[in-house]
Design a protein around this ligand. Sequence first.
Ligand code: PMP
Length: 350
Amino acid sequence: MSRFLKERYQALEAYTPGEQPRDMEYIKLNTNESPYPPAPAVVAAMNSGEIERLRLYSDPTAKGLKEALAELYSLSAEQIFLSNGSDDILNFAFMAYGQKGAIFPDITYGFYPVFAQLHGVEYQEIPLEPNFSVNYKAYLNQNKLIVIANPNAPTGMSIGLDAIEEILKSNPDGVVVIDEAYVDFGGKSCYKLIDRYENLLVVRTFSKSRCLAGGRLGYAFANAALIADLEKIKYSTNPYNINRLTLLLGKETAKADAYYTEKCGEIIKTRETTAQALEEMGFEVLPSDANFLFARHPKISGEQLYSELKKRGILVRHFTKERIKDFNRITIGTPKEMQTMISKIKEILL
Ligand code: PMP
């Protein structure tokens, strides 16, 4: 750290992203990427002509992509915001709506407290219930910025739409961010509530169910006034924050929805067979609506299982937080990758 850094950033503890190792080929089950490639039409959209056009700036209004998403979700373009990954949108939300403080679960996406600290937002972490579900009642009548990942990460567990609606109703003076990064793997989206609740911001991503993590594309749904706030922040930081190629691929992705629905179905199926296989080996597996499983075994620590798997070429995600340190988060890969993982775990547990 240099002596020039602003005081308020000096104590900031930056987010630690999942490992992206380059030392060898791993079966990579640690950052919830899709094991499948983008749809054929998305791959075909990339060509040398598009690369040559990179000399031109991208469209800051992202008109084509917004229109494609508007059609897919039966919304108007004014209800859609796009940015460079959903992390970018969450960052903007803390920046824009954190003036009265924020609340979110103690065990959730690790970036929320970092954004809060970055923007000087006071925050309160609400403990998950003993069974690791979100205690939604603790979020009623708070009138602060409320941030809930639904399904939650790293647990994979969801709360119902009726709970979300109660939170929205009882917090008329606070923005409620529902982070739906994993919703396409069996969760229920609340985005249709944006017409009824002016305080709802639904944040989503192309990184998981849309097989485009490296493209960096996030989107959000809300009423036009919230979207205008986010656009204001975007135009005050980086108007061209989505590159031309990603805008193009995003539009093709929106048009190829059937392909992605099918791939999500395959991932859900693989998740269920993997959960069963883990349970048969003695794991406790939390019920997941996401493209990952969160599991612990009474005979081996989370840390040890993580490192034994890594030695065998399989990367999963381990968190050091006390309450979840016995668990690992395992991204659902292809059926073959899961079979390999199961046989390696059997070997480790022998
Ligand atoms: N929300 C949650 C709950 C996540 O797990 C992630 C992925 N790490 C994100 C948001 C951010 O995803 P991205 O920036 O790739 O859209």
